[in-house]
Design a protein around this ligand. Structure first.
Ligand SMILES: N[C@@H](CCC(=O)N[C@@H](CS)C(=O)NCC(=O)O)C(=O)O
Length: 122
């Protein structure tokens, strides 16, 4: 079962690499405005999780530079997600707000919609 899962994971990564979206190119100043906002975000994820791949592809397509945190192999990251986010489920988008509060958003579709809305992406 572990071997089958590993093979499936590799197939997902290969397909993702072969069909990787082209990142949107923005003016340097426009990209900086977005980078300044995404600097306060992090996505907890597993490398071969298909839902995480889906979100990562959207991040790439829209040139959103969001830090990726490995919640499978990094035990500190994993326990941070469970302790602060509430669940060991990925993908999960963390946003550290200026007022010190932290917002945790689970569900791949919700994360994509949230980012599209926040950055007015099409
Ligand atoms: N409906 C969720 C599904 C996410 C999901 O099932 N993620 C799996 C990994 S592919 C997970 O976090 N499983 C928990 C675990 O393995 O501990 C989404 O679209 O984000």
């Amino acid at each position: 079962m572990k071997v089958v899962r590993w093979i499936l994971g590799q197939v997902i990564l290969l397909l993702d690499a072969l069909t990787s979206p082209k990142p949107v190119a923005r003016e340097v100043s426009a990209q900086k405005v977005i980078d300044d906002v995404t600097a306060s975000m992090a996505m907890y994820q597993f490398k071969t999780c298909p839902f995480c791949v889906k979100v990562r592809r959207e991040l790439k397509r829209h040139s959103l530079n969001i830090e990726l945190r490995d919640a499978k192999n990094d035990l500190d990251i994993k326990s941070e997600l469970v302790r602060e986010g509430g669940r060991h489920k990925v993908p999960c988008l963390r946003t550290d707000n200026a007022d010190g509060t932290v917002h945790w958003l689970y569900e791949s579709n919700d994360i994509i919609e949230h980012l599209k809305k926040q950055f007015k992406l099409v």
